[in-house]
Design a binder for this molecule. Structure first.
Ligand code: ATP
Ligand code: MG
Length: 442
């Protein structure tokens, strides 16, 4: 027997009416009626704005759909429609069973009521009997773990506390459909981990989950499918890893990569373009130097494909740097640095000091040199910034010619559950029997 999925949407669209001036809202309320009454042609004082167009989806029992997209792409609009708090302009939504939703902050609780009163209210709206609530009360309070704040009005809560209570209530009422809009982003790391354990429990019990997040890692780890929205349209729906790559391409400005159809094809010959046009280029880079040379372009790859700023953990990293020398340099040095976004240096080396060096080759005026850095790559999954530069050695000192700090964003994609820290040292673990030594007295 075919069972309907717990939640599905068919051709859903949402059109908002935008008024340029507050007065237009009043005009729209009054004038069209007058014009109709007078037999004049209709006139509108608003612009229609489609926040969502023609989105269809299904989420089966035990499946988690991740929704990714840039700010304003329509994620919250879609989730509100699925949760039933917003009506669609076109299409239909069907959700069966108990639907709980943690929508964007501010929705849900009455700020004047205490946490406990809100809990009771929400539980009764969810259809929980007094007895059922009594049975689960301790569980919910323990999960939220906000102590005496349960007896305080919700307006006194921090955003983290608010989400703790909202998640605890929503997850503990055993929903058939659970909708979460970015709520987990405000919780601390330990609470997030606890929420994801609870989400996994709900999925195992057959709940259908829809999760909006800006964290690609959460999608690859917890979702069975993912949807990428852009400008209100479904750009793609598919396997989490593919969706994450498409989302990162959107964020980093790359065109989708053409699949490499020929298995024997050699590594794509990279060509010098303009660094400013590369995917992952950081317009906030910090650039300085005396201008005697110029870093034209930087290409990141794992050796087998063209420029890519999304690299799988453990794949070797190849960085090509094109430098034009405007002036002859007897001893130029080409260097590279990798940092975390908050500025912690992870690695730095250059053509003079590397283990196989020094590699000193004079450059003529007008010459373009390509420095190729190839390295093993043991970075832990996460975001990094790559800096490159060229200097000239003068009396043992390195004089900066062109340094481009934090010029490219590099994303290391995890292939296994999270590692902690900045490097993945691929730890192996073994447990051995240990014979307790006999007591001295024996
Ligand atoms: N009530 C409204 N009236 C008019 N426009 C709206 C309204 N609510 C949302 N929008 C517009 O609809 C578009 C989609 O908004 P939505 O909140 O769904 O985006 P989002 O993907 O959730 O963004 P974010 O990542 O910032 O949360 C935006 O351009 C937004 O300005
Ligand atoms: Mg939103």
């Amino acid at each position: 027997m075919l069972v309907n999925p717990p939640v599905e949407a068919l051709g859903v669209g949402k059109c908002y009416t935008i008024y340029q001036r507050p007065a237009d809202r009043l005009k729209q309320a009054v004038i069209p009626r007058l014009r109709r009454a007078l037999g004049l042609a209709p006139r509108a004082y608003y612009h229609p704005f489609w926040a969502l167009t023609d989105v269809s989806l299904q989420v089966e029992r035990g499946q988690c759909l991740g929704v990714l997209g840039r700010n304003g792409s329509g994620k919250s609009t879609l989730l509100q429609i699925l949760a039933g708090t917003l009506s669609p302009t076109t299409g239909q939504v069907r959700a069966s069973g108990r639907v709980t939703a943690i929508l964007e902050l501010g929705a849900g609780f009455n700020p004047m009521f205490t946490g406990r009163e809100n809990l009771q209210l929400t539980a009764s709206i969810m259809g929980l009997s007094r007895r059922e609530l009594e049975q689960r009360y301790e569980d919910i309070v323990a999960f939220a773990d906000i102590g005496d704040f349960m007896e305080q009005p919700v307006w006194t809560y921090s955003s983290g506390m608010y989400v703790r209570l909202a998640f605890a209530v929503s997850a503990c009422v055993e929903p058939e459909v659970f909708i979460v809009d970015e709520a987990l982003a405000v919780g601390d790391v330990r609470f997030q981990a606890k929420c994801f354990r609870r989400l996994d429990d709900l999925l195992a019990k057959g709940c259908a989950v829809i999760l909006v997040t800006h964290d690609p890692e959460q999608v690859t780890r917890h979702c069975t499918r993912a949807l990428v929205l852009d400008g209100g349209e479904a750009l793609m729906q598919g396997a989490p890893r593919e969706a994450v790559n498409r989302y990162l391409d959107l964020m980093l400005g790359a065109e989708p990569e053409e699949p490499d159809v020929s298995p024997t094809s050699a590594p794509a010959a990279s060509v010098c373009e303009a660094l400013e046009l590369r995917a992952g280029y950081n317009p906030e880079e910090y650039r300085w130097g005396n201008g005697q040379a110029e870093v034209l372009d930087v290409c990141l790859s794992s050796g087998s494909t063209g420029h890519s700023v999304n690299l799988e953990a453990g794949r070797p990293l190849r960085v090509e740097v094109w430098v034009r020398h405007h002036q002859a340099q007897p001893r130029p040095i080409y260097g590279l640095q990798i940092k975390t976004p908050d500025g912690v240096m992870v690695y730095a080396d250059n053509s003079r000091d590397f283990s196989g060096g020094p590699l000193m080759r004079p450059a003529a005026a007008g010459e373009v040199v390509r420095a190729v850095f190839e390295m093993e790559q043991r970075l832990a999954q996460g975001d990094y910034l790559v800096s490159v530069g060229v200097s000239a050695e003068e009396q043992g000192e390195a004089v900066p010619l062109d340094r481009r700090y934090d010029a490219l964003h590099l994303k290391i994609m995890g292939t296994r559950p999270r590692t902690y820290g900045l490097v993945d040292l691929s730890m192996q673990v073994r447990l051995e029997d240990y014979d307790t030594p006999p007591d001295d007295d024996d």
